[in-house]
Design a protein. Sequence first.
Length: 574
Amino acid sequence: MTSNTEQPDRSGVDEIADGFVADYAAADPIEATEVGIAGYDDKLTDLTADGFAAREHLIRRARDAMGRAEPADERERIAKEAFLERLGVQLDQYEAGAPQTRISVLTSQLHAIREAFDLMDTGSEEGWRNIDARLAAIAATLAGYRTTLLDGAQHGRVSAKRQIAAVVDQVNAWTGQQGEGGDFFAELVQPADVPDSLKKDLQQHATQARDAYAAFAEFLHTEVLPLARERDAVGREQYARDSRYFLGATVDLDETYAWGWQELDRIERDMADVSRQIVGADATGLDGKDLIDAAVERLDRDPGRTIKGRDAFRDWMQQLADTTITELADVHFDIPEPVRRIECCLAPTNDGGIYYTGPSEDFTRPGRMWWAVPDGIDDFSTWREVTTVYHEGVPGHHLQVGQTAYRSELLNRWQRTMCWVSGHGEGWALYAERLMDDLGYLADPGAKLGMLDGQGFRAARVIVDIGMHLELEIPQDNPFGFHPGETWTPELGLEFLRQHCRMEDAVIRFELNRYLGWPGQAPSYKVGERIWLQARDEVRRRKGADFDLKAFHRAALDLGALGLDPLYDSLTRL
């Protein structure tokens, strides 16, 4: 097998793709850090209007060049399709002003800069010098971002008030002005192994960075918030554009909304069946939601399924992730050696949410599973999170992203580092959770209920996300008797999530804000899983007795990330 450090000859499609990576990494150092491309960790991205325009120009130029390229074989044809699809929807986003002006609780340039520090080297003097250089550049970079946001807001390109206000609170938490998290920037430069020669500069620049972020929060509050729109819903035109961006496919939104109701009903019926096993004789007279709630209460009271303390919970995740990799490798999946290492981490902020970051190109920075634990949460129910480890680790994101990063003999540099499609990636991770049940890893009814609860949560997202942004009518005959005939509002969205998602209320509120501020992203999990399942079933039908699940997974992952439309076409040709 070719290692990830070997570089086959490139021409045509691959040459254009690889050249784009080099050009774009230089133009967007924060993106370079995020995807693991070395050489730019001492710089920040230009967030002025000119900076955004320059990156848009790079994308357009590369898209046009790729359109003229002639693929040499099937591999290059798939690579070209992926490149054109991704850069095309990115240009749609630029033309709508989304990268320049979107502010939400989960994504903005503020988040990108802060999160980049989580991925930087802190084990060498060079690494600390890069951190120092970036800290020193934050004030000027955010000054450029101010002009971009304010110009956009004055021309009607501005996020909703709910998002601006929530991000102000987030930044105030990062800078230690509220919440339990403390000053992120001060804590960043506190480790004992910081070189003595850099301590003074690091502390000074960390203070300047904190002050710049605090001032930016005030700017958002006083100058952008008054210009922000009152309405959370974005409407059908923008939603359709954002949905295409996250899915790499055009779906019938009304059909998908109706399917979401059916899927949630199916999942909750399965949850009731598993809950009956957990509750046992006490299930008499209980059904539906009451039965599920009784099972959840019993599991949450079980001291054997509860871990106290964030560090202890991180260690539990690490042990489960490592064990799973060992057991699946060479049995159910071909896992390259560098991908057999994963790190489970607690994020340095308390924003809420669990996420994965991929390895660097040379794998010196491993793939990592992160948990940004909200304030006030210190007890963790393991029955809920077994499936989370499978989603973020192996066979979920870590296997998918890590294998893509490794396959230099099959995938060009753009495919390995910069191509990401939420419907493909999140769809695979959700598919991986269900697959672990098929493989026998969720025989414990508690862990099985945790998986189904997560599946139900993602199905509820489909309903709420599409319903709120398109302001659809709640079906008269919906299976839950939930406000039939009424029009979706954020208030109804919160009520629905509370009824169907068994989480801390702080997490549910964060999720609602996430959907309202990032339209089209939340449904990509379930819609992506739906297409992965459809493609697998079609290949199985076509191959009959010759179908091999392990071979299917290897071939599917070796395609790299794709929009869901080209993914389905490619998988059904396997």
